[in-house]
Write a protein that binds this ligand. Sequence first.
Ligand SMILES: C[S@@+](CC[C@H](N)C(=O)[O-])C[C@H]1O[C@@H](n2cnc3c(N)ncnc32)[C@H](O)[C@@H]1O
Length: 226
Amino acid sequence: MEENELIKTGLNNVFTYVAPDGSKRLVTKALVPGRQGGKTIKIGSNEYRIWDPYHSKLAALLIKGASIPLKKDSSVLYLGAANGTTVSHVSDIVSDGLVFAVEFSPRAMKDLIRTSTPRMNLIPILADARDPGSYTNMVTEVDFIYQDVAQREQAEIAIRNTEVFLKKGGYLVLIIKSRSIDSAKNAGEVSCNEVGKLRELFKLDEIIDLEPFHSDHAAVIAQKRT
Ligand SMILES: C[S@@+](CC[C@H](N)C(=O)[O-])C[C@H]1O[C@@H](n2cnc3c(N)ncnc32)[C@H](O)[C@@H]1O
């Protein structure tokens, strides 16, 4: 296959792959070729990992046209890393940076450790994101926080972590799962309420509904005030 079947996106190591039948897939260039599960495509001497928007809210955000301020050398605090699906793609993107991946489920952590072992830029941390004080000795100041935890107090968790770890002018991407906050209220109302809590600390860039990839989910992209 030829390199020209890959179209650059604005993000380091993220491409749109155009298959011979014209269908398109989002892919990341593998930081550690041959070492990850999931579908891959070999082009020339490089390996590209298919990034499924139905399994990753960050991939859904990119396909929906969001501008994600992640750079090759960004440092990232990722809250709610689960088994490492999305985290591994973030690690591909910040190839010269660092990803601190916080997860509180010991079961998910087993898979996360397996994902992170060959990746020199990915640091798994077994901790509760509601208590950032419990991992201050393992995490540095970061350029970017990505949060995807199914908890009632989603904005509060983001604020607590921002106060401790996010640089002034750094970015937050907060995934809001409205059903975890209040299943009785309508999703738009719940998201508006959460966004309102961020206004004092952040300048809001975009709020994006993740339909049709993830129902009842929205994403907020916000910049910490300087
Ligand atoms: C929706 S999943 C995350 C999926 C992941 N971001 C991805 O795209 O691959 C939410 C994860 O957050 C974790 N989680 C929920 N509350 C948490 C907390 N307070 N601290 C750390 N992790 C938490 C859950 O165990 C679960 O693995």
